[in-house]
Design a protein. Structure first.
Length: 244
């Protein structure tokens, strides 16, 4: 499992996504609320909100939930004031971990995140210690059985994608963040199904983990992913498929 495929792909292979739909909704609602608070409630004029709503619709979130989250962000409805932070550190084998947090209590969040790192064989580091190892990109993950490679490359590259590459049994479509929506729309219009479609942090290089280190890393990532104050977790760990 290449680090470029990200933790989200490992979760899909483990069958965890459907079991955690409630947590997915909670995180999407937080993102919609904060996006609306920062940039206004009109998705046409607020790219971050537009992207969050697209992600919510992809998870079949009811329209009423989306509308309430937007109104909480704009102040039309009473809501919680969330603070955004990023945290960085190292897991077993020195693999880099970068995570995004959205919380109403920063002290609680950092204490819980530090506890998870320490308990699972990792170390929470200083800001900047691993962020330079990741690039912010648009990302789509498509199973090879769903599309012809030449067709996908033609559609994606014409729409502005930076790259289409193979990783095992999937194709990865990489875009600049500002081109993500156009590329995703082109793929949608071609009726090509995808497993993931998001703005994410992709590692520039990977760290190979095996045996006990790989197992510890999966447990650490699962624990961070289960933390209510954590929105997204990224790693450059390269974990073999048989460990997943």
């Amino acid at each position: 499992m290449s680090g470029h495929s990200k933790w989200s792909t490992i979760k899909h292979k483990k069958g965890a996504a459907d079991a955690k739909r409630g947590k997915i909704f909670t995180r999407l609602i937080k993102e919609i609320t904060v996006a609306a608070r920062m940039g206004g409630g009109d998705p046409d004029a607020n790219p971050r909100l537009r992207t969050a709503i697209i992600a919510a619709k992809a998870e079949n979130m009811p329209k009423d939930n989306i509308d309430r989250a937007v109104k909480k962000g704009t102040g039309e409805l009473e809501g919680v004031n969330y603070e955004e932070n990023t945290y960085e550190g190292y897991g077993p084998g020195g693999a880099a971990i970068f995570l995004e947090s959205m919380t109403d209590n920063k002290n609680r969040a950092v204490a819980e995140i530090r506890h998870i790192f320490n308990k699972r064989g990792g170390n929470l580091g200083e800001n900047g210690c691993v962020a330079w190892m990741f690039d912010k990109k648009g990302y789509l993950n498509i199973e090879k059985s769903a599309v012809d490679e030449e067709k996908l490359m033609e559609i994606a590259l014409e729409a502005g994608a930076e790259d289409v590459r193979e990783d095992g049994d999937i194709f990865e479509v990489i875009t600049a963040p500002e081109d993500f929506e156009a590329v995703k729309e082109a793929i949608d219009n071609a009726s090509i199904p995808y497993t993931d479609a998001e703005i994410t942090m992709l590692p520039q290089n990977t760290t190979t983990l095996k045996g006990n280190e790989a197992e510890q890393m999966i447990k650490l990532m699962e624990a961070l992913d289960d933390c209510d104050d954590v929105q997204k977790v990224y790693t450059n760990a390269d974990i073999p498929d048989d460990m997943v």
